[in-house]
Design a protein. Structure first.
Length: 92
């Protein structure tokens, strides 16, 4: 079963950061998409403004996959996440 990436992630990455949709895969990381720290911070602001989901940009950075970020957003939007922690096992 393939993990579905939150539609807002795809929209933001393609429209704002010009990431080709074919590169937006569940196993992709911000690093693999060549998103630098400024781009990741901007991404976090856009997600917060559009979805009301707050996460520190470094928690969304490099090692978290898009599947991890999507799960975090879905949990936040659904109210299931506790203390705003990103559910990833390999963050810096």
């Amino acid at each position: 079963m393939r993990t579905i990436i939150h539609p807002k992630i795809t929209e933001v990455l393609t429209a704002t950061f010009k990431v080709p949709e074919a590169e937006i895969l569940p196993e992709s990381t911000m690093d693999s998409l060549e998103m630098d720290s400024l781009a990741v911070a901007e991404f976090a602001v856009i997600v917060k403004e559009t979805l009301g989901v707050h996460a520190e940009s470094e928690k969304l950075y490099r090692d978290a996959t898009l599947a991890d970020i999507s799960a975090f957003i879905d949990a936040q939007v659904g109210g299931a996440a506790a203390d705003g922690a990103v559910p990833v096992g390999n963050t810096r």
